[in-house]
Write a protein that binds this ligand. Structure first.
Ligand code: SF4
Length: 339
């Protein structure tokens, strides 16, 4: 099956036919392809959720500005460096600094944090996930020492994007940000939710075609999970099977991509992350955030791992990886480049 050659109608049909019960051969083929590129290695990223302030109001997100029930926090640079130190000693060689779109973290403040991490940990990759910023801002962050940037596109269809976001947020702007990041030289991560309100199989096909066009180095795919304090509180969550199918199809579309077995996947099924790896994922992102803020970074309900110390998360994930027949990599886990 060569999905890279398929058009939108063919992809839509393939997704529709496999949405509820994915053909095991599709998942197995995706895994074999991943093995042929990266072997059995699973790369580990240490996630530091450093601010849950956000100026935006995405309808699906638990830390949206309008949610008055969130206890807001910001980590200081010293807090972040402590997380890095704990992470380094646990074997992490990639840090992911993730936050809402928090105006407090200006370019000057972020560049100061990034350059300190770069100076102290020259052998580590620094990934940022800070939302939409100007190209100049991205360039400054890159110059300060950041290597990678995660910015999920969420959906590649305009009408669907405006169903998930208020009207000041535009898909065209998000796509421009992704292109800017690629142009600057970031290993760039796009991604989308599976099963978000209003999503059709055709929209998922459009996501695959967008990825084919963008050629991101990373793609985060997780099921939509409703949060009680959002307008989508009554919506059904995305399914495990459809999410696994989309992970597998993304692997088949982008053979060299780094694909996380997401925490959201693990939150809807106890073995969700292991199943994600078996469907072609090859990255895990255990949490390095301080324990006292974990519960406050609540993008969706019933998120796992909010009560575990960094070392526990690290060991738990290692057990899960090894018991599923994979190997935990201690390297940076860079994208290997397209052939
Ligand atoms: S999804 Fe991101 S940008 Fe949107 S409200 Fe949540 S943290 Fe803010």
């Amino acid at each position: 099956m060569n999905i890279q050659q398929m058009n939108k109608a063919e992809l839509t049909q393939l997704i529709a036919q496999n949405a509820e019960n994915p053909d095991p051969e599709i998942l197995a083929e995706a895994r074999r392809l991943c093995d042929s590129v990266y072997g059995k290695q699973v790369f580990m990223r240490g996630l530091i959720e450093f601010t849950n302030y956000c100026k935006n109001n995405c309808y699906y997100c638990g830390i949206r500005a309008a949610n008055g029930n969130v206890h807001r926090y910001r980590l200081t640079k010293e807090d972040i460096l402590t997380c890095c130190d704990i992470g380094y000693n646990l074997g992490f060689r990639t840090y992911v600094l993730q936050g809402g779109e928090d105006p407090y973290f200006t370019d000057d403040i972020m560049c100061d944090i990034v350059s300190d991490i770069r100076r102290i940990y020259p052998d580590c990759a620094i990934t940022l996930s800070l939302g939409e910023r100007s190209k100049e801002s991205y360039q400054r962050l890159y110059n300060a020492g950041a290597n990678r940037y995660l910015l999920r596109h969420e959906t590649a269809t305009d009408e669907h994007y405006s169903l998930l976001h208020p009207e000041n947020l535009l898909l065209s702007n998000r796509k421009q940000c992704l292109r800017d990041l690629k142009e600057i030289g970031f290993q760039t991560g796009a991604g989308f939710m599976v099963g978000s309100p209003g999503q059709t199989y055709e929209m998922l096909a459009e996501d695959l075609l967008f990825l084919k066009d963008l050629q991101p180095e990373m793609v985060g795919i997780g099921p939509f999970i409703p949060h009680a304090d959002t307008p989508f509180r009554e919506e059904a969550q995305g399914s495990l099977n459809l999410t696994l199918l989309m992970v597998a199809l993304t692997r088949l579309m982008l053979p060299t991509a780094l694909l996380p077995a997401t925490t959201a996947l693990g939150s809807i099924d106890p073995s969700g992350r292991e199943q994600g790896l078996k469907a072609g994922a090859n990255v895990v992102m255990p949490n390095l955030s301080p324990l006292n803020v974990r519960k406050d970074y609540s993008l969706y309900d019933n998120k796992i791992c909010t009560g575990d110390e960094a070392a526990e998360c690290r060991m738990c994930i290692q057990r899960r990886i090894q018991s599923s027949g994979f190997e935990l990599s201690t390297g940076r886990g860079d994208h290997i480049g397209n052939p």
